[in-house]
Write a protein that binds this ligand. Structure first.
Ligand SMILES: Cc1cc2nc3c(=O)[nH]c(=O)nc-3n(C[C@H](O)[C@H](O)[C@H](O)COP(=O)(O)O)c2cc1C
Length: 233
């Protein structure tokens, strides 16, 4: 296959399983990127442990077939993510570091369909990072009130941000319900925030919303990033 990039079509690179000796360099890359973000003026860094990307690949048994200490048991699969989060927190400060996870999201080859394994893996992860005192743990899950999310929240014992996923665009009603029921400490908003530079005002005043334009979500240039209109008057 080929992937379309800004510089034309290119053959997909063939991924290789990271050798154990390569992992310290990967951790260093997360640390360097995080330091760079803080140096550039960012308030903090959210480590992406969700949606089938690298850190999630260590967690999910479908993607992690390693035979070293980072594969196999739930604790082993959680350990690389714990090491990355710890290294970044130590470098830039735990108060500037968050982690996003999406247990059971089952996208991009990260399949987690054994609840007992999911609970064991993510409990090991959360117990491993809880002592750091991170800024937050952001959880994407379709059932924020359910046992999995609430048990992870209890184990984390810090601010938990919630998002119910892509199936439906987050609405004011849904966000307000999650907050009112106390299932988490805040709600993460994706597409409505992309499309509405004044989303807080619009939700507060119950104003109509701009519709997100999916065609510009991942494009180059300012279109779709800075040109959604503010509510006039
Ligand atoms: C253009 C776009 C980019 C996204 N990038 C990320 C990302 O880098 N990391 C992540 O965890 N989620 C990412 N998401 C998912 C959102 O955080 C959120 O979970 C999802 O959009 C569902 O919430 P919503 O209904 O409020 O949009 C992205 C979503 C969109 C639309």
């Amino acid at each position: 296959g080929e992937s379309r990039t800004y510089t034309g079509k290119h053959a997909y690179p063939v991924p290789h399983a990271l050798a154990t000796e390569e992992l310290p360099r990967i951790i260093e890359e997360f640390v360097t990127a995080s330091r760079n973000a803080i140096a550039a003026g960012f308030d903090g860094v959210e480590l992406h442990g969700a949606n089938g990307y690298l850190l999630h690949e260590f967690l999910a048994p479908s993607a992690n077939t390693r035979t070293d200490n980072y594969g196999g048991s739930p604790e082993n699969r959680a350990s690389f993510v714990i090491e990355v989060v710890t290294a970044v927190a130590n470098a830039i400060g735990a108060g500037k570091t968050g982690l996003r996870i999406s247990p059971e999201h089952n996208v991009q080859g990260a399949v987690e369909n054994d609840r007992a394994d999911v609970l064991a893996t993510y409990t090991a992860l959360v117990q491993g990072i809880a002592p750091l005192g991170l800024a937050n743990l952001s959880i994407l899950h379709h059932d924020p009130a359910g046992e999995l999310v609430q048990s992870l929240r209890k184990a984390f014992d810090g601010p938990v941000l919630l998002n119910t996923g892509f199936a439906e665009i987050t609405t004011y009603e849904e966000a307000a319900r999650v907050a009112a029921e106390g299932w988490g400490d805040a709600v993460v908003v994706g597409r409505p925030a992309i499309a509405n530079p004044d989303l807080v005002r619009r939700w507060k005043e119950q104003l109509p919303l701009n519709k997100p334009d999916f065609a510009t979500f991942y494009t180059e240039g300012p279109k779709g990033y800075i040109d959604y209109p503010f509510w006039e008057n």
